[in-house]
Design a protein around this ligand. Structure first.
Ligand code: CA
Length: 219
């Protein structure tokens, strides 16, 4: 799942990006309101973490414009504006949740998860294919009902493949879904994740289509 982080404070931005990435999300980070609007226009995000005081365009205007366009993506405001009035206007403008700075990183991640869970419905949005079942919100995977421990990146690779079962995804495409902008990617990082995935899940479940990419199979 891909998150847009809109935050102009370098220290907070770095920490939040790292925390969310460790939790297995692909994170793109923009530092001003204009860049935020351009990124949001792509429509590729599952959730946005939004600061209010931003250069070029205020967070509240971004949120209002987003909702006016009919975009219902979950938005979590993370702001130092702490009057009750601020919170109410944030929620009235269409934010789904509001955390006050300074916040605890674990709490922020937990709130992000809760919002995503609520957004996809109260039931579990399980992705199932062959013997595999993947829960994108709880970040868990089972094979024939037995839990499989995956690293955050392994999980993200598998999630990308299971979003389009049977379709062949190129390495570049996988990198795009697994890594946020500016994240360091080793030249064979995706291959390494795939190697581990095949070891953990059984090599029959992930096929390498030579020269093209990878796909999941029913084994
Ligand atoms: Ca700010």
């Amino acid at each position: 799942m891909r998150i847009l982080l809109i935050e102009d404070d370098a220290m907070i931005g770095r920490a939040v990006r790292q925390g969310l990435a460790q939790a297995g999300f692909a994170v793109d980070w923009v530092t001003d309101g204009r860049a935020a609007e351009l990124s949001l226009a792509n429509g590729v995000y599952d959730l946005a973490v939004l600061d209010l005081g931003l250069p070029k365009k205020d967070g509240m205007s971004i949120l209002t414009a987003l909702r006016a366009m009919g975009n219902s993506m979950p938005v979590l405001i993370a702001s130092a504006r702490d009057t009750v009035r601020d919170r109410i206007s944030g929620l009235e403008a269409g934010a789904d949740d509001y955390v006050l700075k300074p916040f605890d990183l674990d709490e922020l991640v937990a709130r992000v998860r809760a919002l995503l869970r609520r957004h996809v419905g109260s039931g579990s949005p399980l992705m199932c294919f062959g013997p595999l079942a993947l829960d994108p919100v709880r970040k868990s995977v089972t094979r024939n009902g037995a839990p499989v421990e995956l690293s955050a990146k392994e999980f993200a690779v598998l999630e990308a493949l299971m979003q389009r079962p049977g379709a062949v995804l190129s390495r570049e495409k996988l990198e795009e879904s697994v890594y946020g902008w500016g994240e360091e990617i080793g030249s064979n990082a995706i291959e390494v994740h795939l190697h581990h995935l095949r070891k953990k899940l059984g090599s029959a479940l992930i096929k390498n289509v030579r020269g093209v990419g990878y796909r999941v199979t029913e084994g």
